[in-house]
Design a protein around this ligand. Structure first.
Ligand code: HEC
Ligand code: HEC
Ligand code: HEC
Ligand code: HEC
Ligand code: HEC
Ligand code: HEC
Ligand code: HEC
Ligand code: HEC
Length: 460
């Protein structure tokens, strides 16, 4: 980053703003002291934690030592000590019998004492309540029942899918396993506590939208790995790729395939990733990463922790609509995203890309509408099987939107031709034709096939 007088001004101003919001914004969400005091050096109590832990769980201390926060005097004590009255309060071996209580669980609420603005933005985004809600509230409108049948993974147990509709506590260890090892590390869930206020039932540590026992939401360390908490890490695509990958949302694969990803892979080592917020600009890098487009300050756009602010379409659900309500404001989102591109591309280039995205969404939606129409007719004629996972038509319907359709839409959105076409539209066409064939056969014969003709695992 080059520090021009203007940028220094912006920096000073934003530091002042942060300081102001730290005193104003904090108390609402949090009920915590108004004063933000950052200790220079460490108190005796804090040194106690650090010194013993340097021997006992040394990895935590080594990580923390490399963080900016450690140099600013923020220690274990600031993040892990809780009130005795906290539902998460417990004591570790080193402090048994003292009046100090700690928790291994640290939510966004703790960070908000010093970073209220980041937390406020984060809480409005899909990374907070919506993320864990996807796993904890099956009733949520518009979601496929299929997803709460463990997306197919529950059938081995006798009590088929029962936990999903019962309370998690009734689940056997095995029944929890697919959710605990799969959905939760990405999405998060409600943390459950044992009698000693420690987490149980594999509900912690969890993903981005984890709901903590005190009601607070969000695990900031999914992008800012503990205990180094570097913004430079979060600016790299690897920070997002831990969750945004795979057959149903291959965002990091898409990125690496794009021209932007190509530049990141060939030149990224020489880029500057540690510039201050809102001063990380082209020149520090030559092509955008996930963070540049979705979060970082660039040009006139300020940094945001609300990843919805620059999105027009909902590209994850069955039918793509312009975002509204708790999914953001699509029209504004489109304008913001265009401003990102405008730092490096001219208007003709940007228009091509936006039109191509809109057209791709429109084409995908046409297929989806066709599928819905066929399904309705089959339902009216009682030609749908009772278990969606053993009914070829319904299985394919799921792959149409959840795998192939997402890849087509997201590949087009982020400039990856292979994902847009071969993993995307090409397979949308194939899946749709297979659905048509099953549909026609059922209408003609008046019967549902005895076995599903779909091999679920491939190639969708
Ligand atoms: C800036 C806040 C912060 C500081 C400072 C901090 N931690 Fe943490 N720590 C966290 C967060 C966040 C987590 C993840 C908690 C979660 O997922 O709920 C965590 C998790 C942990 C865990 C549990 C995870 C595990 O791997 O077992 C331990 C133990 C821990 N920290 C020890 C320490 C020690 C020791 C220090 C001081 C050297 C320290 N922490 C400093 C925020 C902090
Ligand atoms: C004299 C040594 C000692 C001191 C002092 C000490 N700890 Fe610990 N701490 C331990 C040991 C040993 C463990 C692992 C066994 C346990 O949890 O009892 C531990 C575990 C922890 C854990 C993880 C708990 C879990 O359930 O996984 C956290 C978080 C933690 N300590 C934070 C702190 C904080 C914060 C302080 C300072 C207020 C502190 N410790 C002071 C020795 C110490
Ligand atoms: C007691 C106040 C305090 C708490 C609590 C706190 N931070 Fe910080 N944090 C700071 C200060 C001060 C800095 C600036 C350090 C600097 O720039 O020298 C900072 C810097 C950061 C940075 C930027 C680091 C970099 O590489 O530039 C990140 C990311 C961060 N904090 C994340 C967190 C997260 C996540 C939590 C909660 C788990 C948290 N902080 C809790 C005070 C705090
Ligand atoms: C720990 C896993 C995890 C990490 C790491 C992660 N995300 Fe996400 N992200 C999710 C989940 C889960 C959702 C879906 C939320 C929902 O249910 O709507 C999501 C949704 C999103 C959305 C759509 C938001 C919405 O409200 O509809 C965007 C954009 C996004 N993430 C971008 C990013 C970027 C950029 C990064 C890296 C800087 C990143 N994510 C890192 C798990 C993660
Ligand atoms: C590898 C991490 C990962 C795993 C494992 C995972 N998800 Fe997701 N999930 C995501 C991401 C990332 C998104 C956002 C996709 C997008 O924007 O296209 C998402 C989106 C969703 C959505 C749509 C968003 C919403 O809020 O309506 C639902 C529902 C969902 N996942 C449920 C689940 C369930 C249930 C499981 C386990 C059976 C699961 N996911 C497993 C990362 C994951
Ligand atoms: C989806 C990934 C992601 C999550 C989740 C996330 N951050 Fe960040 N964070 C980033 C990125 C990317 C940057 C760098 C933005 C930029 O380029 O300015 C950043 C920067 C920061 C900074 C540095 C700002 C400064 O002044 O130096 C702080 C502090 C911070 N985040 C705190 C948090 C807190 C607190 C949480 C939890 C509510 C959180 N982050 C969750 C991606 C994330
Ligand atoms: C060149 C800018 C750019 C880069 C780089 C980029 N994206 Fe995107 N992303 C977009 C655009 C544009 C959209 C579609 C926005 C819209 O709807 O208008 C999008 C959409 C998304 C969505 C879909 C949200 C939904 O509706 O389901 C997710 C998730 C996402 N991006 C994550 C990522 C991740 C993770 C990375 C890095 C691995 C990344 N993006 C890199 C520009 C970018
Ligand atoms: C930081 C600068 C930067 C930003 C921001 C950026 N791009 Fe790019 N983009 C580049 C560079 C550099 C190339 C590679 C040009 C080449 O092929 O040599 C590129 C290439 C592309 C390509 C491949 C076609 C071509 O021009 O060669 C597309 C498509 C593209 N960008 C779309 C976008 C869109 C859409 C946005 C905004 C959502 C965006 N870019 C934001 C720098 C940027």
């Amino acid at each position: 980053m080059k520090l021009t007088p203007g940028k220094i001004g912006i920096l000073v101003l934003s530091l002042l703003l942060v300081a102001m919001t730290a005193t104003i914004g904090a108390e609402e969400y949090l009920n915590i002291p108004k004063e933000l005091v950052i200790k220079r050096g460490f108190t005796k109590e804090a040194l106690n934690c650090i010194e013993c832990h340097a021997k006992k769980i040394p990895g935590t201390v080594e990580g923390w030592k490399t963080s900016r926060m450690s140099h600013a005097g923020v220690s274990c004590y600031d993040c892990h000590v809780v009130e005795k009255s906290s539902p998460m309060a417990s004591q570790c071996e080193g402090i048994k019998g003292t009046s100090t209580f700690i928790s291994p669980m640290v939510s966004s609420k703790t960070c908000s004492r010093c970073h209220p603005q980041e937390v406020e933005q984060f809480l409005k985004s899909g990374h907070a309540e919506l993320a864990s809600g996807a796993v904890t509230s099956p009733e949520r409108a518009g979601l496929s029942k299929l997803q709460f049948y463990y997306e197919g993974g529950g059938f081995m147990t006798n009590k088929k899918f029962s936990w999903v509709y019962g309370t998690p506590k009734e689940a056997t260890n095995f029944e929890r396993a697919p959710r605990a090892s799969g959905c939760q590390p990405c999405h998060g869930t409600q943390v459950e506590l044992g009698p000693d206020n420690k987490p149980i039932n594999e509900t912690w540590p969890g993903g981005v939208g984890t709901i903590y026992p005190d009601g607070s939401i969000g695990t900031c360390t999914v992008c800012h790995e503990r205990h180094s908490f570097k913004k430079s890490d979060a600016r790299k695509p690897e920070a997002c790729g831990a969750c945004h990958l795979g057959p149903d949302h291959p965002n990091v694969e898409i990125y690496l395939e794009s021209k932007h990803g190509q530049l990141y892979q060939t030149q990224g080592e020489d880029w500057e990733f540690d510039s201050p917020p809102d001063a990380w600009e082209p020149g520090d890098y030559t092509a955008p990463t996930c963070a540049t487009c979705h979060m970082s300050g660039i040009g006139n756009l300020a940094t945001t922790h609300n990843v919805q602010e620059r999105l027009k379409w909902d590209l994850m659900h069955k039918k793509s609509v312009v975002r509204s309500g708790n999914r953001g404001e699509g029209i504004k989102g489109e304008e913001n995203m265009k401003k990102v591109c405008a730092n490096c591309h001219g208007p003709s280039h940007i228009k091509t890309q936006r039109d191509m995205l809109d057209n791709s969404v429109g084409l995908y939606n046409t297929f989806w509408d066709g599928a819905v129409k066929m399904k309705k007719e089959l339902a009216d004629k009682k030609l749908l099987g009772p278990d969606p996972w053993q009914d070829g038509f319904q299985e394919l319907e799921y792959y149409l939107w959840h795998h192939t359709g997402r890849r087509a839409r997201q590949g087009a959105a982020m400039n990856a031709p292979d994902y847009a076409h071969w993993h995307g539209f090409f397979q949308v066409f194939q899946v749709y034709q297979d659905m048509e064939n099953i549909y026609k056969n059922r209408i003609e014969t008046g019967r549902v096939e005895k076995y599903s003709p779909v091999i679920s695992s491939a190639p969708y």
